[in-house]
Design a protein around this ligand. Structure first.
Ligand code: SAH
Length: 361
């Protein structure tokens, strides 16, 4: 028999994070504990609007309920180890989890608002050859609450200056589609109007291309932004850069993306990292244009972030522009990613790799 959320929680050794529960799950827990379901909305208000840091501050709940919440759930899901601000306003957080592992979260400031980049796993098992997050493999999945708490923590930091998190990107450490259920709960909680109330169109999830989950995600029909780490114009180069391409092949990946677009009516984004001498020539741009011809999409060119353990080199500026121009010539929507927090190791996995060497070995 399938376990209910509450049973799963009692089974867990560690007190689960209160942020793991969706509103209806919290209602069920309350009912099971002889409390009124409407208390769930009050608790959500304390968690996501008032953003308190202890159950004792939830003063419209009885002392009994507050005690029972704190006996069953944790509200101190993440401990801030490092909070580093860059000259461009980017803030990088290194958080410690209850079992001592650490994760990164980044706040980026854009002219359209503040965006938070969240982590979904401790490490990653996808093994992309250019990526710092995958050094040392996957340690464990994050619980939904550990992902939600990242946004809450950043919002609490912004509360000091009366600013708001306006968008969320699931582009930190880990492969979100390899931790699908927690990712989905996370999306539902931050999107809920009683939760953090971040609009679907202000949320982006990115995958390295786990095809069965792309179909599943298409069927959820959530109106969130969807990005795919493509990084190559053909099978040969993609398999070299991303071993996942051997299991989930490029033509099948493109089919799943077409399915997604048909099903949701939304366009997708392709992330294309430019790795010097590997995939960054004009001929690659021509090939890419053919591959994504007639696919409703946008291409985001990412100048490679230097990772000391990896030996990729950056593409010269004029060549990046030539690549962009070639795509434009074919009528493809394209932008070059602006870089944030260069002076504070803000690219995925870099701070964790540097600070916690033992975890990434
Ligand atoms: N695992 C998901 C989410 C990570 S998003 C995914 O693969 O999509 C982070 C993005 O940055 C991905 O597109 C990833 O491929 C890219 N990336 C990772 N390391 C990089 C590097 N050194 N230089 C440029 N882009 C990199």
């Amino acid at each position: 028999m399938e376990q209910t959320a509450a049973e799963k929680i009692t089974a867990a050794e560690q007190k689960p994070s209160i942020y793991t529960l969706q509103l209806h799950e919290l209602k069920n827990w309350l009912k099971d504990n002889n409390e009124k379901a409407f208390r769930a909305e009050q608790i959500f208000d304390w968690l996501y609007t008032k953003r308190v840091t202890s159950f004792d501050e939830m003063t419209n709940l009885s002392k009994g309920l507050r005690d029972s919440l704190s006996a069953n759930f944790s509200l101190t899901t993440l401990k801030t180890i490092i909070q580093q601000e860059s000259s461009d306003g980017t803030i990088k957080f290194l958080f410690e989890l209850h079992d001592g592992y650490s994760i990164e979260t980044v706040l980026m400031r854009h002219d359209y608002g503040n965006s938070v980049c969240v982590t979904t796993q401790v490490g990653c098992r996808i093994g992309c050859t250019f990526c710092a997050s995958t050094l040392g493999g996957l340690k464990r999945n994050l619980e939904a609450g550990e992902i939600v708490a990242q946004v809450v923590k950043v919002q609490q930091a912004l509360d000091e200056t009366n600013e708001r998190v306006s968008s969320v990107v699931i582009m930190g450490i880990g492969e979100p589609f390899d931790n699908y259920d927690s990712m989905l709960s996370f999306l539902k909680i931050i999107n809920h109007d009683k939760g953090l109330n971040i609009g679907a169109r202000h949320i982006t999830v990115s995958t390295s291309g786990i095809i069965p989950k792309i179909y599943k995600f298409a069927d959820e029909n959530m109106q969130i932004n969807f990005a795919i780490s493509l990084h190559a114009p053909n099978t040969e180069i993609r398999s070299r850069l991303m071993p996942i391409n051997r299991a989930y092949k490029l033509p099948d990946l493109m089919d799943s993306i077409r399915y997604y677009i048909n099903k949701t009516g939304r366009r997708v984004s392709f992330e294309y990292g430019l790795f010097g001498g590997v995939n960054d020539q004009v001929e690659h741009a021509e090939e890419l244009a053919k591959l994504i011809k007639n696919v409703k999409c946008h291409v985001n060119l990412i100048p490679v972030n230097y990772v000391p353990e990896r030996d990729y080199v950056r593409t010269p500026k004029d060549q990046i522009f030539a690549f962009e121009k070639t795509l434009k010539k074919h009528g493809i929507n394209v932008t070059i990613r602006r870089e944030h927090g260069h002076d504070i190791d803000a690219a995925c996995g870099q701070l964790r790799a540097k600070e916690r060497k033992e975890e990434t070995r």
